[in-house]
Design a protein around this ligand. Sequence first.
Ligand SMILES: C[S@@+](CC[C@H](N)C(=O)[O-])C[C@H]1O[C@@H](n2cnc3c(N)ncnc32)[C@H](O)[C@@H]1O
Length: 374
Amino acid sequence: MPRKKVRLTRRKHSGTPSHCIRDANTRLARQLHNAALKYNSSVPALKDCKVVMSQVNLTLGRLYQNIEVSNMRTIIKRPRVLSLFDGISSGLVALNQLGIIPHSYYSSEIDADCIKLQRFNHPGKVTQLGNICNLDYEKLKELGTIDLLFAGSPCNDLSVVNCRRKGLLGKDGTGPLFFEFVRILYYFKNLANMEGRDHDFFWFFENTCAMEVETKNTISRFLGCQPLKVCASSFVPMKRKRYFWTNLPVDQDQIINHHLLPVDDIVEHAKLQDFLLGSGRKAQTDVLPTFTSNKLNMVKNGMFPVVDDQDGEGHVHLSEIESLFGLPSFYTAGPDMPLHSRKRMLAKCWDVHSVKFLMNSLISLLAVKTCASA
Ligand SMILES: C[S@@+](CC[C@H](N)C(=O)[O-])C[C@H]1O[C@@H](n2cnc3c(N)ncnc32)[C@H](O)[C@@H]1O
């Protein structure tokens, strides 16, 4: 499949009068300072920053001055990662694709098929911790320091698509699992605080955008910030809108303007047709609708996404879906995974591009800090 690289356009340095830069930088510093105060120093907002990148970087460097460059390097080169509701470890795939090889990767997951794939795809690299509800104080203490905390709790009881959803508090539903994440987030936040490392513990929590506003607001209240909205269609011809609550140094403006994307991940003007393998297969749409395990859910305006000379309508191969998700081909096949299990796991999986995008903000920050400290 042809993948065209796109050059990120940087704002021009030349020709900008120095007093403009100075003024813009002062304004930016003020904005960042206010944002930092608002978000309790943890989430810098870069909204409305119309200055050259180096000026943004210098200010970011100052905002994060409490993080030692050496700590940042450790976090990025050999992070200790805890991934809750880890599924098929797509978080680990994203890190590896960015060249990040974790020192430890702890995974909390209960689905037997997911655990099978974790073992098959990452032999000896993932430490299974089992049910999140059993991660009590003693077990968390045994893990020691954590640098990166990832989580995406089940969305079936939060999504408006499910008319029988039980909501965030629903008894016997999966909604309350969110609070298990909050419990663990605050444990590691407090630990980082006690160790004087309150600025170098990074986390994100992901969930569907198809949730009620009230649910979103409750989650935001517990996590102390508003979510970013990231759609896989910023990177590949596939819809997958997700909310990410995070303290990573990234904001909505950077998503809209494609800042911080790893260059290899942007496929210029790619269409679904470019991702179809084999001949005789014709995409009926440019962008694949949100992938669910139910093929009928993907019918838009009475049309299936693909017409196949041999199979008829609607068949998008799982290896094509994997490729759209940014996963290696046959990642979900494992040694002997049945098709329905592969579909089920892919339907709830993160798209790797979005996670890489978020993580790349940290890599940029290290570059900034390294420059600033040089
Ligand atoms: C939305 S999926 C997350 C998928 C994952 N981010 C990925 O990319 O594959 C939620 C996951 O939480 C898992 N889960 C549900 N209850 C759990 C529990 N009590 N402890 C740990 N994991 C659980 C499910 O099996 C499912 O794989």
